[in-house]
Design a protein around this ligand. Sequence first.
Ligand SMILES: *Cc1c(COP(=O)(O)O)cnc(C)c1O
Length: 422
Amino acid sequence: MRCLSTRGQDSANLTEAISVGLARDGGLYLPEQLPLVALRAGGSLAQVATQLLAPLFEGEVLAPALEAICSAAFTFDAPVKWLNDETGLLELFHGPTAAFKDFGARFLAQTLGALVREPTASSTILVATSGDTGAAVASAFHRRPHFRVLILYPDGRVSARQAHQLGAFGDNVAAYRVAGTFDDCQRVVKEAFNDHSLRARHHLGSANSISLGRLLPQMSYYAKTALDLQQAGRGPTSFVIPTGNLGNAFACLMAKRMGLPIDRVVLATNSNRGLADYLNGAPYEARASVATLANAMDVGAPSNVERLRSFLASPSDEVRADWVSDEAIRACIARTWQRHQVEVCPHTACGLEVLERLRAKGERGTFVVAATAHPAKFETIVEPLVGHVVPAPAALAALLELPSSAKPLAPTLDALRLALEA
Ligand SMILES: *Cc1c(COP(=O)(O)O)cnc(C)c1O
């Protein structure tokens, strides 16, 4: 499938777009068209992913490998937990690092692995993370030959467990704690990609949510959920998606465009409300990010807005959005435990809170909130609110047992250049 840059000065086939990440004109790639698909319910996640992505990979060198890539990437499920007849949580946290980022990161690692041709040239995957991406990418590429991973995260702005996770991999994974915000990390990474000689010398590869290799596979769990619920007589399904950099939610919009039985797509941000304001009619402006309890969504200038703006005919047509304060996040976590005996992470709480506001206005029908991380990843916030210890899933617990270390890094391209040479 031909992919066009949002800035109109570059195009590439899908395989190329996945391997280079950012388009050469500084824009973001989008498939030229999203083909309509007719999929059957009842398949595994890997099967749905293969069928959904097949028309996009048609004619690409990766096409024959697609089925194997999906089976190797999607080895865990995304089940729905029902809170009541019409409201479910789509649990996207059953992967190795306990957040939804595992789906995209593992697909990308399989894809880039399948593209390795010269066994000697080793690629550097450069990733800025607000907490969960780094761990997912590290886990997906850990000990894979021909790859090393450099993670940049904002020092002091990720949870203690997230920080521990990021520094616990070692081997071909190096973690850097950056004196700055997530936006600083993202900016420095972008600068590195825009430096063509640096990019070539280190065979830089992107694993941020700007990469179509992460974005496209994320359509799969929305597709599977929507198909299964329609089959069960509950559809069409609306989704509420906690949003930071807009990768997860954008995937849902693309799945809808490909003809899946998806009704409304509602975005929930934390106090970084620029996106919510924009979708509610304000002019779009990049803002400085503010620290919140839902730290993986502390994004002031979501890069995927550039995709959204070229995708939507007008801002509020297909998507709605609302934002949630820290106080409302806390109240929602406590209330969800009291009412349903379900623990939710602060990001998931943003989604649930936004849905409860819609319900209060009389919104009916099947709504599924994306539960983006396991609550045990944010235990210092969740445990005091629910009044008990939330056990960590096995894979997370195992990582937390390992020693962990990260090096300090200034938020500049020069500092990153030195780290790349190290
Ligand atoms: C990354 C992340 C988000 C935000 O996802 P985007 O694709 O950046 O919008 C939400 N919740 C959790 C737990 C995350 O890790």
